[in-house]
Every structure is written in structure tokens, then in C-alpha cells.
Design a protein around this ligand. Structure first.
Ligand SMILES: CC(C)(COP(=O)(O)OP(=O)(O)OC[C@H]1O[C@@H](n2cnc3c(N)ncnc32)[C@H](O)[C@@H]1OP(=O)(O)O)[C@@H](O)C(=O)NCCC(=O)NCCS
Length: 194
């Protein structure tokens, strides 16, 4: 089934906020939190995954100078295990490289084994623990980070990760997502990162 990754726009927000409550049964973001993220303009990069016009996943990145942060990533329960979380992360990391970020960080609930496994495959490692980070539940978060991401070696790692996704799950993502990612990859490497 074709999945298109497109930039999140304000008209997606009602559907994203509904999906958020299915995806994060504990501590979901409110619609206002998504609106406030979108209001940050170029300091944020949010995407949604569409299948037959319905949103089945979303992810967002914050860019602060040469650091990127994964703000959120979620996939509808019925669409999990098909590589979509991996494709959303891949798109965020390629955008981080395109924007000139040298590292990418995130927080993840300490008991979230599926997400932690996915991040590890992309090179993220634990760099700290934040107790009581998630509110209102009070859940702990691991802080994970990958760096450097602005190198040809990391670009190759992402390409390998994508090839592995394609081998295991087919290549279901539409051109909207592929073309800019690939061009950005070439641009970063062409400019001779270390
Ligand atoms: C994390 C999440 C985005 C992954 O989405 P997805 O589309 O299922 O991701 P993928 O199909 O690319 O990969 C999921 C991986 O997790 C693995 N996984 C699933 N459940 C797991 C578990 N309990 N323990 C370890 N790994 C698990 C899958 O096997 C798969 O790994 P594989 O490719 O080696 O088989 C999705 O589970 C989700 O939306 N979870 C709720 C929201 C969330 O936790 N977001 C992250 C917040 S930091």
C-alpha cells in the first residue's frame, strides 16, 4: 500500500490530535501543543504519513543551531510493524542533515522497548536518564543521542537502513518523501562533510 510522507499542515491537526490519543494513551499532547509546534515555523519540521488520504503516522523535529531533536514520532496501532516508524525517523534524520545539524537527540520513555530498539538501529545511544520527565504520569525518560550525523558515513548508514526497510517491507513510500530526502543526502555529502 502506497504511503506518502508530506509536511504537516494546519488542516491535518485535528486528525493528528485524534491519532495522538490512540498512539500515546498516556500523556498525549493536546491540540494546542501541536499548534504551538507548528507556529515555530522553520525551527520545526513535522511530517505526516498518508495512506489513501488518511493519516497513519506523524513525526516532528526541532532544529536549534547545529542540533536536532526528535519531538515526537507515532504510528497508528494498526499500521505498526511495517517499517513506517523507521521511514518517519529516516525522513527526520535526512532533514536534520539537510538543515546542517551535527547531532540528533530525543527522549524516550524508559519502558518503550519498541522505540528504543528502532532508535538504536539508527545509531542512537543512551546519554542520560530524566526521572519523572513525562507528565502527568511521572514516567522516566532516557535521553538518547546520535552524532555525528553530518558525515558521509552516517549518510551511508541511513541509506543502508532504508535498503533494509525496503528488503523487509517493500518500498511503499511515495515520491513526495523520496525525492527531497535523496537530493538532500547528496547535497550534504557533496559539500564535503568530514
Ligand atoms: C515506536 C513506533 C513509532 C514504531 O513504529 P512502527 O511503524 O511499528 O516501526 P517499525 O515497523 O519501523 O519498527 C518497529 C520495531 O520495533 C520492534 N518492536 C515492536 N515491539 C517491540 C517490543 N516490545 N520490544 C522490542 N522491539 C519491538 C519491531 O519488531 C520493529 O523492529 P524490527 O524492524 O527489527 O522488527 C510505534 O510503535 C508507536 O507509534 N509507538 C507509540 C508511540 C511511541 O512510543 N513513540 C515513540 C516515542 S519516543
Amino acid at each position: 500500500m502506497v504511503t506518502e510522507l508530506v509536511p504537516l499542515r494546519w488542516w491535518h491537526l485535528d486528525e493528528v490530535a485524534r491519532l495522538e490519543r490512540e498512539v500515546f494513551t498516556v500523556d498525549p499532547w493536546t491540540p494546542e501543543m501541536f499548534w504551538s509546534e507548528l507556529a515555530q515555523g522553520p525551527a520545526r519540521h513535522y511530517i505526516v504519513a498518508l495512506r489513501r488520504g488518511r493519516i497513519v503516522g506523524y513525526a516532528g523535529l526541532a532544529l536549534v543551531e547545529d542540533e536536532a531533536y526528535v519531538q515526537t514520532v507515532g504510528v497508528a496501532p494498526a499500521a505498526r510493524g511495517q517499517g513506517l516508524g523507521g521511514r518517519l525517523m529516516l525522513a527526520l534524520l535526512r532533514e536534520a542533515r539537510r538543515a546542517g545539524a551535527r547531532s540528533c537527540g530525543l527522549e524516550v520513555r524508559s519502558d518503550n522497548l519498541a522505540a528504543r530498539a528502532l532508535y538504536s538501529r539508527l545509531g542512537f545511544v543512551d546519554v542520560g536518564l530524566r526521572r519523572g520527565y513525562y507528565q502527568p504520569s511521572g514516567g522516566d525518560a532516557y535521553v538518547m543521542r546520535v552524532r555525528p550525523i553530518d558525515t558521509p558515513g552516517y549518510g551511508a548508514r541511513l541509506a543502508e537502513f532504508e535498503a533494509e526497510l525496503n528488503r523487509r517491507h517493500g518500498d511503499p513510500v511515495g515520491e513526495t518523501a523520496h525525492a527531497p530526502g535523496t537530493a538532500a543526502e547528496q547535497a550534504v555529502e557533496g559539500e564535503g562533510a568530514r
